[in-house]
Design a binder for this molecule. Structure first.
Ligand code: PMV
Length: 348
């Protein structure tokens, strides 16, 4: 029985990939498996209010408020998302929706909100599905939320769970799937507990090339097949590292993945560069600091200029000092965000 109206709120985090997803097939199927950790503080909070219509609408019917204001420019993305998931949530056109959403991180800081935003909305929509299907098990609820999130933004499917999350079929990860994320529930060395991510905001504003366009440039890319093989191998290597706590190998794999992601952009046709001069300055400082101080801190990059500093919780004081003394100078308006591995989305 459909309720005449209702409301659901989810706060869903962003995530940072260690092995990167870059390149996809039809229907948001990744060209290679990836693994990320879910963040704690960088989140999107979405409230979905729904009202049953007298009869099924012809088009999706929704209002969209971003940080309290109507946001027309976000609507096409939501419409695309809804049309991709309608086959799996056939009730969508039975309702009018009011979607109110806000981010914990500064607007247009260069932090991608697609993972947190799409996963938050998918979870809210799943609450309607749960009402209609009250016998649904919790595991099925989250798996489907991840499946739907993937259709909004590939990397969003990993934001449905806390801790480390894989996405994409991998021979050494049982039950791994191209269709949804899977919590990585193996032996984890304690050094990875509460792993830290300090996000240095190097460049705000719009990216010159969207990730959709970037993924597409992997079709016919000179190095595509080797890259996809490398990602598979790096995921296997990381599995070992998670067990042993070998931070030297962790650093090598993670930094190589970040640079490879950008190398793919730089070697596609057309080629493009999303790093900025300050991105490189920061990387040089990190390498020097690590060599001089022996602190196991490394960087990773998303599809943008910002730098994520990854390090064990035990190094927090040393790294905070380093950031303030040396790296803040390269951040736009001195902005950075201290985050860490998080527990996953929260209801209400
Ligand atoms: O989820 P998308 O389509 O925005 O792609 C994101 C890809 C990277 O962030 C660059 C890597 C990743 O695995 O998150």
């Amino acid at each position: 029985e459909k309720k005449a109206e209702g409301k659901s709120t989810w706060k869903s985090p962003s995530n940072i990939a260690l092995v990167k997803y870059w390149g996809k097939k039809e229907n948001q199927i990744p060209a290679n498996p990836s693994i990320s950790f879910t963040l704690e503080h960088c989140t999107t909070t979405t409230t979905l209010e729904y009202r049953l219509l007298d009869k099924k609408a012809k088009d999706f019917s929704f209002d969209l408020l971003f940080e309290g204001k109507e946001k027309e420019s976000f609507k096409p993305k939501i419409t695309t998302f809804l049309s991709r998931i309608e086959a799996y949530l056939p009730f969508l056109k039975d309702y009018h929706f009011k979607i109110s959403t806000s981010n914990s991180f500064p607007h247009s800081s260069g932090i991608a909100s697609s993972a947190s935003g799409m996963s938050a909305l998918a979870l809210c929509l799943m609450d309607i599905e749960k009402e209609l299907n009250s016998g649904m098990k919790e595991a099925d609820y989250f798996r489907k939320a991840s499946f739907l999130s993937r259709l909004g933004s590939g990397s969003a499917c990993r934001s449905i769970y806390g801790g480390l999350v894989t996405w994409g079929q991998h021979p050494r990860i049982p039950n791994s799937s191209d269709l949804y994320g899977l919590p990585y529930s193996y032996d984890l060395h304690p050094v990875f507990r509460n792993y830290q991510d300090t996000i240095l905001l190097v460049h705000k504003g719009e990216k010159t090339v969207s990730s959709t366009a970037g993924h597409n440039l992997m079709h016919g890319h000179w190095f595509a097949n080797s890259r996809f093989e490398q990602a598979n191998a790096n995921l296997s290597r990381l599995q070992e590292v998670f067990k042993t706590g070998d931070l030297d190998s962790f650093i090598t794999i993670v930094e190589s993945e970040a640079l490879t992601l950008h190398a793919m952009m730089m070697s596609s046709e057309p080629y493009f560069i999303l790093m900025k001069p300050n991105t490189l300055h920061i990387i040089e400082r990190i390498w020097a600091f690590r060599k001089e101080q022996g602190v196991p801190v490394c960087f990773t990059l998303d599809a943008g200029a910002n730098v994520h500093l990854l390090f064990p919780e035990s190094e927090k004081e040393a790294v905070d000092q380093f950031v303030q003394n040396e790296l803040v100078a390269f951040c736009q308006k001195g902005q950075y965000i201290c985050d860490q591995i998080g527990m996953g989305p929260k209801n209400g």
